[in-house]
Design a protein around this ligand. Structure first.
Ligand code: F6R
Length: 610
């Protein structure tokens, strides 16, 4: 949520900041703004809408300055309009701030500042913080100390960047709960909420941790904590390449990311399959394998699509590793006093590694003394760094707001963790090898599914005007039904519900008529016959049925309106295949509705607020 970019150096900051904001726009895109300081003036330009609208305004303004901060917003407090857009500033327009997060006690602070004579232009919590900093600057404190004093009064989450005309040679940045990374250049330095805005300029970065404040000049930086103690920070090298952040010839990032799945899941297993042992080797779990395998219980916690992956993980681990598994929404886990034992393992799954609810749940779990592991995509992200040990999914940057390739890679890693534990327990070498062989065959099978893209596009044409959709699956494919429904609703705005197919007759069956499309995930597995009975129930009520079935299943053809036939694999791995036609179906329906699939309304990638 919200993208932050700051620059200090010898160049004009404006094109650098705009370029960075465009890369971060997937994090929030309802308004944007920039503030700059040069030797003669301070300027701030803001607008409702996307970074392109800001760029058009800046072309007219022709700003040129060596110091600036820019922001692309996902609104929390106050509507997305020009006034509420960041940067926010003081009355003299010589102090500017951008912010990602939520200041929870902003009402209390606002009342206090009003008593001191401050007036507020916006409805945002951010303006409260910039004016609080201003109140300390008026006491002749330095910019750094003013920010520090102000943050000591703040409750909530923030990643901020602050600049002032009074000290025009620095940016002050601070973080608590919202990511911030410094980019170290030659005679120039950068600040951003995400490395993707920096790699064009530098691969040398410093990740700020919670409660840290950084002072950044063009050729130096230092970091202190909020109690004014100096902190030594490591400079790290990022390996991300610029071409990984482009659409690569596809019309949308989402389609590119769907099409990348043969490669992304290959990356998720590279160097991890041990055929000689019929098991897996996960470097990030080294030294923790026995503790994991001896866990009395595993809790998996996540949000959204990652939560759906967790549900598949529950089926995998319980069936093969024979450890009881509970799956929890991170947002519920963090507030409901969960009972945690020291022999529990709690696994957190997050593509971004920055989801506020997941991060908070993780901190709560750590406090309670369980083994806390992470499964993340973004290297160096907060959740990756907070976990005791963990596994990267190596899916590469996921820019489309709807998560696709991260889901299949999360499932790959969960299958590998399952195998690791199962082989320490009752799974035989032969069965372990069977799973490995099938894992290796998955990229080829995914390629075959992706070749059906235009067939799926044709099916999508028939459903552009649908108002509702049901997604139904059982066993391993129940979470896939949830995921299929989520994909459709978030990018096409069509109401969709995922259900265990057998639950349909306990209520949702009342919705079925000739206008209700039902997507059945019906591969040839142990529960196939039961799903066919559920298809019959919908058919008897004239529902329009799309089925995802396995190739060579000819019996299903006469029962459904449209059938997408995919290659067969082991039941435990089937969700990695069945979800792909659902991603493509949602994508094509949304594109045919003329919607922006990469940046759907009201959403943003990486939900760093509660
Ligand atoms: C759905 C989607 C969201 C995320 C959720 C968790 O397509 O993208 O539901 O899955 O916000 O995000 P991460 O995995 O980054 O913690």
């Amino acid at each position: 949520m919200c993208g932050i970019v700051g620059y200090i150096g010898n160049k004009n900051c404006v094109p650098i900041i705009l370029e960075g904001l465009k890369r971060l726009e997937y994090r929030g895109y309802d308004s944007a703004g920039i503030a700059t300081i040069n030797s003669v003036s301070t300027d701030v330009v803001k607008c409702e809408g996307k970074v392109s609208a800001l760029e058009a305004m800046l072309n007219l303004n022709k700003l040129d300055a060596p110091l600036g901060i820019g922001h692309t917003r996902w609104a929390t407090h106050g509507a997305p309009n020009e006034i509420n857009a960041h940067p926010h500033f003081n009355e003299n327009k010589d102090l500017f701030m951008i912010h990602n997060g939520i200041i929870e006690n902003y009402q209390v602070l606002k009342t206090k500042l009003k008593k001191q004579g401050y007036n507020f232009a916006s409805e945002t919590d951010t303006e409260v913080l910039v004016l609080l900093i201003d109140s300390f600057m008026k006491k002749n404190l330095s910019l750094f100390d003013s920010v520090r004093y102000a943050l000591n009064e703040v409750e909530g989450a923030y990643g901020i960047a602050v600049i002032s005309k009074k000290e025009p040679d620095k940016i002050i940045a601070a973080r608590k709960g919202s990511p911030l990374v410094i980019g170290i250049g030659e005679n120039e330095n950068f600040i951003s909420s995400d490395v993707s805005a920096l790699i064009q300029h530098t691969k040398r970065v410093v990740y700020l941790d919670d409660n840290e404040i950084c002072e950044l000049t063009k050729d130096n930086f230092f970091v202190k904590n909020i109690s004014d103690e100096s902190i030594k920070k490591e400079i790290e090298n990022v390996t991300l390449e610029l071409d990984e952040l482009s659409k690569g010839g596809y019309p949308h990032f989402m389609l590119k990311e769907i099409m990348e799945q043969p490669d992304s899941i290959t990356n998720a297993m590279r160097g991890r399959l041990l055929f000689k042992e019929g098991s897996t080797k996960l470097g990030g779990l080294q030294g923790y394998e026995d503790r994991l395998a001896n866990s009395k219980r595993i809790i998996i916690s996540a949000c959204g699509t990652s939560w759906h992956a967790a549900l598949v993980g529950e089926y995998m681990i319980e069936q093969f590793a024979q450890i009881p598994v509970e799956v929890e929404y991170a947002s519920e886990f963090r507030y409901r006093s969960p009972i945690i034992y020291s022999d529990d393992t709690i696994l957190f799954i997050s593509q971004s590694g920055e989801t506020a609810d997941t991060l908070a749940a993780m901190k709560e779990a750590k406090r309670k003394g369980a083994l806390v592991l992470g499964i993340c995509n973004v290297v160096g992200s907060s959740i990756a760094r907070e976990s005791e040990a963990g596994v990267y999914i190596h899916a590469g940057p996921e820019i489309g707001v709807a998560s696709t390739k991260a889901f299949t890679s999360q499932l790959m890693v969960l299958a590998q963790i399952t195998l690791l534990i199962a082989r320490k327990k009752s799974m035989s070498f032969v069965d372990g090898k069977k799973v490995l062989t099938e894992l290796e065959a998955l990229p080829g099978k995914i390629k075959k599914i992706l070749e059906m893209n235009s067939e799926i596009e044709k099916i999508a044409e028939h459903f552009v005007d649908a108002k509702n959709f049901l997604y139904l699956g059982r066993g391993y494919n129940f979470p896939v039904a949830l995921e299929g429904a989520l994909k459709l609703k978030e990018i096409s705005y069509i109401h969709a519900e995922g259900y265990p197919a057998a639950e349909m007759k306990h209520g949702p069956i009342a919705l079925i008529d000739e206008n209700m499309p039902a997507v059945f995930i019906a591969p040839h597995d142990s529960i196939y016959d039961k799903v066919i009975s559920n298809i019959q129930e919908v058919r008897a009520r004239k529902g329009r049925i799309i089925a995802i079935a396995t190739e060579n299943d000819y019996d299903i053809d006469g029962l459904v309106d449209y059938c997408i036939k995919i290659p067969h694999t082991l039941e435990i791995l089937m969700p990695i295949l069945t979800v792909i036609p659902l991603q493509l179906l949602a994508y094509h329906i949304a594109v045919k509705k003329g919607l922006n699939v990469d940046q759907p309304r009201n959403l943003a990638k990486s939900v760093t607020v509660e």
